[in-house]
Design a protein around this ligand. Structure first.
Ligand code: TXA
Ligand code: MG
Length: 354
């Protein structure tokens, strides 16, 4: 049964120096089996007690998410690892040393105390220590283990502002902590440490090169950047249509001037057919488009700005009722891989060559 809360409390917290009274109240809600959405450095999370199977069931119900899609367990200190990890591989210690707290999630075999409801039936658990003072304080106040997927309704872009969480989950959860805009804007890098070679299952701010500098050999799941026939991404969540706006999104790739010309031609065609049109572009090209709604993600030179504003822009197209969207493409190097992975998924892997 889905539990509907008519009164979601929205409380403001200082993300660097959160009010202990507010954190204690939020932690108590989670300890009692309720749900609290909270800011992290990547995106907002929807938190419940990771060791309580009923809390995980509530998370799936609130998001409308398939329950075979496992949740990430968020911790606040290294001592929290031992009780939930059946093994702590050497790679995990090295990566934690290098990147935690931070936007990196690691998958290892789980112990009995982590319920299958939290891991979508898997024997492994995904773990992350977020780099966000309010999130870390909440994890401690909630007893040390918070299961938290991104705090969007299933299928919508992840929230980078508390207002996005309100849009999707108001009335379905007990509390939302508003810590302002997140810092990164795309979800954490996920690396699977259960195989012979550490494998990236979802690209994020921590790049393949950064992981290789610490571990040596690291590979990326080949299904991440292309539609592979019969290919099945290892992170169950990467299978679902995700990050997607309601309108139809296509990516246009090529030389800058040609991309602009091609997008304008496509926009004219769509408009002639009565479609409401949108363009996702950059500061450099902002003035050159003739669509109903044009959104810049920031300078092409600044991949951090592009990533931070991506989901907000996709949501704005929905709010504006845009039906046909064309997006400029980005380099797939470094952090660009994470941005292009999300854009490709949002576009159902449709790429138009300019
Ligand atoms: O940045 C983030 O990671 C955010 C914030 C809130 O921490 N969380 C987040 O959670 O993005 P979510 O649930 O939206 O995405 C988790 C992804 C899903 O694709 C899921 O399938 C995968 O992690 N995952 C979780 N546990 C796994 C496991 N044991 N094996 C393979 N994939 C797993
Ligand atoms: Mg998500």
């Amino acid at each position: 049964m889905e539990s509907i809360k008519s009164d979601t409390q929205l409380l403001t917290v200082d993300s660097r120096n959160p009010d202990p009274g507010i954190i204690a109240r939020a932690g108590q809600i989670i300890k009692e089996g309720g749900l609290v959405a909270f800011p992290t450095e990547t995106v907002y999370g929807l938190g419940g007690d990771a060791l309580n199977p009923d809390s995980s069931k509530k998370i799936y119900a609130a998001k409308g998410r398939p329950s075979d899609n496992p949740l990430i367990v968020h911790i606040a200190e290294m001592e929290a690892l031992e009780p939930i990890c059946a093994q702590i591989p050497e790679e995990m210690r090295k990566l934690a040393e290098a990147f935690w707290p931070g936007p990196l999630t690691m998958i290892v075999p789980k112990t009995e105390i982590v319920p299958k409801e939290t891991t979508g039936g898997l024997d492994t658990v995904a773990i992350r220590m977020p780099d966000h003072a309010a999130a870390l304080a909440l994890i401690c106040a909630a007893g040390g283990y918070i299961a938290a997927p991104s705090a969007n309704a299933s299928g919508r872009p992840s929230p980078t502002l508390a207002g996005h969480v309100m849009e999707d989950l108001q009335g379905r959860i007990e509390m939302i902590l508003d810590g302002g805009e997140v810092g990164i804007g795309v979800e954490s890098t996920i690396v699977d440490l259960t195989g012979d070679i550490p494998t990236i299952l979802r690209p994020g701010y921590v790049t393949e090169e950064m992981l290789q500098r610490v571990l040596g050999e690291v590979q990326t799941d080949p299904t991440l950047m292309q539609k592979v026939e019969g290919g099945r991404p290892k992170a169950p969540g990467m299978r679902y249509r995700h990050y997607a706006p309601k309108g139809t999104l296509s990516l246009v790739e090529g030389e800058a001037g040609e991309v602009t010309a091609r997008i304008n031609a496509l926009i004219s065609e769509a408009a002639a057919q009565g479609s409401r049109t949108g363009v996702l572009c950059t500061e450099e090209s902002l003035g050159q488009y003739r669509a109903d709604v044009v959104r810049s993600l920031g300078s092409r030179e600044d991949m951090c700005s592009i990533a931070l504003h991506l989901y907000r822009a996709l949501r704005e197209f929905d709010t504006e009722g845009v039906e046909t969207i064309y997006a400029e493409s980005f380099s797939r190097d470094g952090f660009g891989q994470a941005v292009m992975n999300r854009l490709l998924k949002a576009a159902g892997y449709t790429i138009i060559k300019a």
